[in-house]
Design a protein. Structure first.
Length: 326
């Protein structure tokens, strides 16, 4: 299939490497800074066209699939533009940064023959898949996720869209902790309500979004799950996920699964193309996305699945320490 990548920043390298690994035909790259495209062409040995205007690229190329790896605020408009042309889309998280963008995407999804996929690649980690199957018929009543990472002033100043509500949509929750929250709701189910606090104690002069967040989500079965996330650490630690049901207690730490007090290691066995914190799930997710397109299957991480984490995060931002319905 003919594939294009829009946005040739850091995360695009994961997509390009995975596309090459999967044998897809990369025919175009687009970035407002074309020199990034030319550097990627050389690095990956590509023979493709280069654009600095994504609409021109969509009009000029005969594309089957577009990968969107741009800053958060651009995702919705680019998704809608591609789906309007019935081009399949695989978009990096977050799917959108506000309710209006979600409504726009949903409207376009209803009127296209193309599939929209969202990159929640941590669902494809071997430890996660193993634990998910373990709890398939064993309802979880308690879950918790902890993300303790380091993002300093230099990180936020590395790109003008970072750390701004208008362009990033939020801070640690919508950027770094979205995957953790997505896994919590995937395992535990969508909650009924949330009580949440967000704060910025260490980066007030650099960002206008949160560097720390805490949320308690109430489940229909009477249980709950909790997320605690911060970018204020001096070092980035492995993410911890914990789940409890009537039968089992499970803890996922990095690539290790601790089940009822015993360690079970599940290795993905795939090359690591980027940051260790990104994991290796991109390759599996992208393989699955293309297999769905080629074989007429529905991709699991579609709009309706991908929007769940975004809606929960937006509710956390609206809570202001109060309990509100989800």
């Amino acid at each position: 299939m003919n594939v294009a990548v829009i946005g040739v920043g850091a995360i695009s390298k994961m997509h390009l490497a995975a596309l090459c690994e999967c044998g897809q035909n990369i025919t175009a790259l687009c970035d407002i800074l074309p020199e990034k495209c030319y550097a990627a062409k050389e690095s990956f040995g590509l023979r493709c066209n280069v654009y600095d205007d994504y609409l021109q690229m969509l009009q000029s190329e005969r594309l089957d699939v577009v990968h969107i790896c741009t800053p958060h605020y651009l995702h919705a408009e680019m998704i809608c533009a591609a789906l309007a042309r019935h081009i399949h889309v695989l978009c990096e998280k977050p799917l959108a940064i506000n309710e209006e963008q979600l409504r726009q995407i949903e409207e376009r999804v209803r009127h296209t023959s193309a599939q929209l996929g969202v990159c929640h690649q941590t669902r494809y980690n071997e430890t996660v898949r193993y634990a998910k199957q373990l709890f398939a018929d064993d309802p979880i009543t308690a879950g918790a996720g902890t993300l303790v990472w380091q993002r300093d002033v230099a990180y936020y100043r590395s790109a003008p869209w970072r750390g701004k509500r208008e362009t990033e949509g939020g801070g640690v929750m919508i950027n770094q902790a979205l995957h953790t929250l997505d896994l919590l709701q995937w395992f535990c189910g969508m909650p009924q309500s949330v009580t949440a606090h967000i704060s910025n104690d260490t980066l007030k002069d650099a960002i206008d979004v949160e560097e720390s967040a805490f949320g308690i989500f109430s489940l229909p079965n009477g249980g709950n799950f909790i997320i605690n996330a911060t970018n204020a650490a001096k070092y980035s630690f492995p993410i911890n996920l914990m789940f409890r049901s009537e039968k089992h207690t499970a803890c996922i730490m990095g690539d290790n699964l601790f089940l009822d007090g015993k360690i079970i290691t599940k290795s993905d066995g795939l090359p690591l193309f980027g940051k260790e914190v990104w994991g290796t799930g991109h390759v599996k997710l992208i393989r699955d996305f293309y297999d769905c397109i080629q074989n007429g299957r529905k991709f699991e991480l579609d709009f309706y699945e991908g929007q769940k984490a975004v809606r929960l995060i937006l509710k956390m931002y609206d809570a202001h320490g109060e309990r509100i319905a989800v």
